[in-house]
Ligand binder design. Sequence first.
Ligand SMILES: NC(=O)c1ccc[n+]([C@@H]2O[C@H](COP(=O)([O-])OP(=O)(O)OC[C@H]3O[C@@H](n4cnc5c(N)ncnc54)[C@H](OP(=O)(O)O)[C@@H]3O)[C@@H](O)[C@H]2O)c1
Length: 326
Amino acid sequence: MAKVVRFHETGGPEVLRLENVEVGDPGPGEVRLRHVAVGLNFADTYFRSGLYPVPLPSGIGNEAAGVVEAVGAGVSDLVVGDRVSYTGFTNTLGAYSTQRLIAAAPLIKLPQAVSCETAAAMTMRGLTAAYLCCKIYPFQRGDTVLLHAAAGGVGLIVSQWAKLLGLQVIGTVSSEAKAEVARIHGCDHTINYSHEDVAQRVREITNGVGVSVVFDSVGKDTFMSSLDSLKRRGLLVCVGTSSGKIPPFDPAILARKGSAYITRPGLADYIADPTEKAELVEALFGHVAAGRIRIEVNQRYALEDVVQAHRDLEGRRTTGSSIFAI
Ligand SMILES: NC(=O)c1ccc[n+]([C@@H]2O[C@H](COP(=O)([O-])OP(=O)(O)OC[C@H]3O[C@@H](n4cnc5c(N)ncnc54)[C@H](OP(=O)(O)O)[C@@H]3O)[C@@H](O)[C@H]2O)c1
């Protein structure tokens, strides 16, 4: 029997329940995975709360790493004992579990140098950092970026990657302790957005010019200050909504903010093409295996502690990546 976290109704962390289920044997094109570590992502809270609607009851979680236990018919590139990781969207829901069946095609074989724990902490967050840094804007060395929630899971990877590209990084955080973490991971400047005026500080830091790109995973609370922080014809990347959904806006505002560009990307669209996905995987795993990017697993939970884990993440009590150690 596998232990699986599911929810039968949407709501707060308390709707998450640990249940026992029979996993069975893999069908054609599938493998049975024994999870070693499971990633805990802010996006999981969107599924649980109902922001991302799914048929109920539902499993939860879109990122994990583990060992192949059994292989279904037609699976030729994986064998029992292989260590793999994965991420996805509704196609991979159910990662919060000790064991599962899953399609073999999207699985990533782990290099020797990358542990299952590290892989579970970075497959979604790191591939997100990879496309943000490599696919979304033609960065030149010396460009300045504003990175919200810089001490978070995605944030710590983006800041390290941005430094590898030679960028200047201004990170926002909600506490001095988080500012310290952000600076250690590459932020040249930090702004505590719980009491500082972000756009004003960005103008001071950039001598009035503004930044080329804002990576905004916070959403509702930061949208306007993000637009106000851009240089002329800069790009606002609305990558998440940790503080809530961005209210509807009139596109005419973009003209008033220096002919700003805006995009709302999703990882799924940057890894849908297998060649493009392989390129991002190689870049990410290469940087991590070589020690150029550190993956910080700062919170470890048992699957039984799932309610507390979600409370900590939504309560802004975490830094870096969180995982369930199975
Ligand atoms: N579009 C994509 O492809 C994609 C892929 C992966 C993740 N994401 C998004 O990237 C973001 C970061 O994900 P993550 O898993 O690494 O989470 P995280 O950044 O580790 O955690 C969320 C952080 O957001 C900040 N925050 C600001 N306002 C908040 C509020 N009202 N409530 C809670 N947190 C708030 C907090 O940092 P401070 O305390 O410093 O403010 C908090 O630690 C999420 O929005 C996620 O949905 C997007």
